[in-house]
Design a protein around this ligand. Structure first.
Ligand code: ARG
Length: 562
């Protein structure tokens, strides 16, 4: 199936190098006249003590050409391989068309559990544009791992604990005007802002707030009820936004969930002599690893963020027995993760090697435009709404006859935003620009979605597609390139999971979209020769299917008309 692997297997005995290394060395020549795959023989000149062109000639003579290949040429220091295009095309198309929505999936993860923590928003705080990368990348990884057969657990580690909830309750008690569960996030945020304004004038409010937080901690019914309702109101609202983005979670266990799970950790750290007292606080000294100490218990007796993370990791191991635990969290928290992973290691939790901080860069708006009046936070919902509105205008212009413009605009507008953080390596900072993300001809989601809709439209207009076709008729360069891009898709899905990089899938479907459009312009799909037509329609259908599968793995939808 995988031509590179087949070649590596055939080359291994004649070169005396193992298959895995050979797979990495095999190249895909830019110019297809040079073959479909090439092996650069200079890689062996050290060990074989010969000039690359001599090695090439020698290997050519010794090699038995594997199945699926028709020719091998020694040119310069290279061995160039030519595949049997008809056979390869047939295998690829039959696989895609028979597997359908499952093309790209596998069973390699069966029996293993991957926990993925992503989005992890804070209660009664804006669901901001800055939460986009964690949400989009985490959701894509969740879908990718699921497709590979893993048992996946999506976790929203809510920021629902801390002294700010004492402030929220104080503010609500003083200035609340309706039942707390009727508050929107924006209204809750306004209460919080007002608290800070008034506390500047009247610092005693801070004491009231501390007292309220203490009550939450003690389980006071009124305090707990208000806190729970604020939490419910926030979750209710963000669920709408998550739904727009195709995002879901298996667990919403936030920081508060670990309140009663920290004491055993604190005790263990003490007993094992890992933590120590430092000016009334309990810390783990990490100077030996060139890191500042990890705070476990503050001098006032309260636990902090890191303590909850230690408890959460142990809880997840005990509950899910994960083979991997991924934290999709911004690189600003690199140090925090290094610190608490080190503490887990010191505690003898050898599974900490399976915990990965999947970090990412910052997103910002080009020119700093589109900020709220308060100046700082940009709500994700507002960005999505604006994207959908702008897309709607574009669709009205491009496809005036489309019936359901609204739902196409929603799919494409939201997709464009998700794509903006899925198309590049995670760690890159992203400067967001409307021109870039909504360009239907650029390297964008709308372009891929549009290409998918184009393939659907070709198939629709062609009517019933013949079941049988002769794949060897797909021997023109455009078809060959398109088939190659489609064949590479399953490996891209695997590689994206291995690197925790959804962009590998995004790039793979971008290549397919590009190759399809070249094919579409250069070759007449509705050829007069009915056999050629049948083969090209099958290729068009396989393109449609693979683009759809790829978009779905990234959390995007694939409208059939737009
Ligand atoms: N709620 C946190 C924030 O918004 C992110 C939580 C990250 N996850 C974790 N396990 N520490 O900054």
């Amino acid at each position: 199936m995988d031509s590179v692997k087949t070649l590596a297997k055939a080359l291994a005995p004649v070169c005396g190098v193992d298959e895995a290394a050979l797979s990495d060395w095999i190249e895909v020549p830019k110019n297809t006249e040079m073959g479909d795959y090439a092996f650069p023989c200079f890689r062996l000149s050290k060990t074989m003590r010969k000039a690359p062109n001599l090695i090439a000639a020698e290997l050519q003579a010794a090699l038995t050409l594997p199945e699926g290949f028709v020719k091998c040429e020694a040119v310069g220091g290279y061995l160039n391989f030519f595949t049997d295009k008809g056979a390869v095309a047939g295998t690829v198309l039959n696989r895609v068309l028979s597997e359908g929505d499952a093309y790209g999936t596998s069973t390699e993860g069966n029996g293993k559990t991957v926990c993925i923590e992503y989005s992890s928003i804070n209660i009664a705080k804006p669901f901001g544009f800055h939460h986009l990368p964690s949400t989009a990348i985490g959701n894509a990884l969740y879908r990718i791992y699921k497709a590979l057969g893993y048992n996946t657990v999506g976790i929203n580690h809510l920021g629902d604990w801390g002294t700010q909830f004492g402030k929220m309750i104080t503010a609500y008690k003083l200035w609340g005007t309706k039942p707390v569960d009727e508050y929107s996030i924006r209204e809750l945020v306004a209460l919080y802002v007002r608290f800070h304004d008034e506390a500047d004038r009247d610092p005693s409010l801070n004491d009231t707030a501390r007292a309220w937080f203490h009550k939450i901690e003690q389980g006071d019914p009124e305090a707990l009820e208000l806190w729970t309702k604020m939490k419910d109101a926030t979750i209710r609202e963000v669920k709408v936004t998550y739904q727009r983005m195709g995002v879901d979670f298996d667990s919403w266990a936030g920081e508060a969930f670990y309140t009663d799970k920290m004491q055993p950790i604190i005790d263990e750290l003490r007993e094992k002599g890992i933590s120590k007292l430092d000016q009334g606080a309990e810390i783990v000294d990490l100077s030996e690893w060139n890191m500042p100490p990890c705070m476990i218990v503050k001098s006032d007796g309260s636990t902090i963020y890191a303590t909850r993370d230690l408890a959460a990791a142990c809880y997840r191991k005990a509950t899910y027995d994960f083979s991997k635990l991924l934290y999709v969290v911004a690189y600003q928290q690199d140090l925090h993760f290094k610190q608490f992973f080190k503490v887990l290691e010191l505690m003898g939790r050898d599974w900490v090697k399976d915990c990965v901080h999947v970090n990412f860069g910052m997103v910002s708006m080009e020119g700093g435009a589109f900020h709220t009046r308060e100046g700082k936070v940009l709500y994700l919902d507002d960005v999505l709404d604006a994207a959908v509105e702008k897309t709607y205008d574009i669709i009205c212009e491009k496809s005036p006859d489309l019936l359901d413009k609204r739902s196409a605009a929603e799919a494409v507008g939201v997709g464009a935003i998700l794509w903006s953080v899925l198309y590049n390596s995670r760690i890159k900072d992203v400067t967001f620009s409307w021109e870039k993300v909504l360009n239907f001809d650029g390297e964008t989601a709308p372009y891929v979605q549009y290409t998918h809709a184009r393939a659907c439209s070709v198939l629709r207009k062609a009517g019933e597609r013949p079941d049988t076709f002769d794949a060897s008729l797909l021997d023109d360069p455009e078809s060959t390139a398109l088939l190659k891009a489609i064949a590479a898709f399953p490996e891209a899905v695997r590689s994206a999971a291995e690197k925790y990089e959804p962009y590998v899938v995004a790039r793979a479907i971008m290549q397919i979209a590009n190759a399809f459009n070249r094919f579409y312009y250069e070759q007449r799909i509705m050829a007069d020769d009915l056999n050629v037509r049948a083969a090209r329609l099958a290729l068009c259908d396989a393109t449609r299917q693979t683009l759809k599968n790829g978009l779905n793995l990234l959390g995007l939808t694939a409208p059939e008309r737009m």
